[in-house]
Design a protein. Sequence first.
Length: 409
Amino acid sequence: MVSSAWLAPRACSVIGAAHRRQGKPCQDASLTAQLTGQGGQTLQLLAVADGHGSSRSWLSDRGSALACREAERAVAEVLAVTPLEDTTAWETWLASGLAAAVQRRWREAIAADWKQRKPNPPGPLEPVTYGCTLGLVLLAPRWWGCTGLGDWDLVAVTEKGSASLVSEEPSLGPQASGEATASLCLPEGPALWGPRAQLHPLAAQPQLRALVLSTDGVRKSCASDADFLALCGQVIALRSPQELEEGLAQITRQGSGDDVSLAMALRQRPPSRRWPLAAALLLAGATTLAVVGLVRRPTAPPADPVLVQQRALCADPSRIRANLTPRRAQLQQLRRDPSLAAQLLAAPQNDPLGALLARSQRGSLNPCPALEQQLMALWRDAGGKMPAAAQRSNERPPAGDRPAAPGSR
């Protein structure tokens, strides 16, 4: 039975393009669940988890899957004894009780998984081996709430299509590195849930249309937060699981290369405007989202994916390093086998960032200073040297020239 307030939610996780190239498993996990409590009350759950993926967290793909599973079981336990009308109890539980329950369950689950390692566990269990983040959204007939820890994001979309960020990870302090995030493996993990806990009555949000929960790979794939919000505002138009999976695959392939997970739920009432009947995500470089539906522009020439990627990076130099660093292995392959460049350049739409690296190897790229500096550093680290660019002014992207998000023009 689905809650009368919400349509059936959807979730999808897609392996990152970088992990696929490296032969690594997807370290993200996601799920949706419909839980039934007292008197047939229905509560829906969205969950996303992101395994850390470092050499120390070599089983984080299992950790993220177990985190989602144990979170579902913990929520079901509370639902069995707590009426959904008791919002005070649920608000308190989201801020503290759930954290302790999930942490306990997750540690028990990873301990059991560790003992099953074949032929034998390689040593004492260290929770960081399974380390992951966890984001949760609960959907009741009259309210919704969220909680968790780590660098997941939650976006609310209104009936008019505008999107806003309602939960993101707070700063971990000046001593934290750029990729540092809160984790279930930390002893202090339960205390980190409180700042992310929220509960909102639906009656107070009449314009709320949908909630979109995602792991950090989605936001990192976008050139700016404005593009990320535009993406969330449009992704709810996708009607089938296949469209969602294809869209996420496009995001990671042309974005950060990280694993990506997204879970979303729409309110159970007719939208105030008509969504496209058929939609798919196109995310090129800037990871600017376009919804391809019944209306197309057949006369418009296709944009050069490499130039779109280049403009996106140059428009927001703070994201250049984060996007290029995961491509070090690809750069090494290009240095060892220059013929790979021809393959990338033959189909740049499949991997615009890889094609950009190939152009830089051939000296046919005119990057902005920030991008040029980072590319030169990467080639230097790879034991090679980036050729000087041929001066073609018509290929040099203006620093502020980025494809606009849908609806911004």
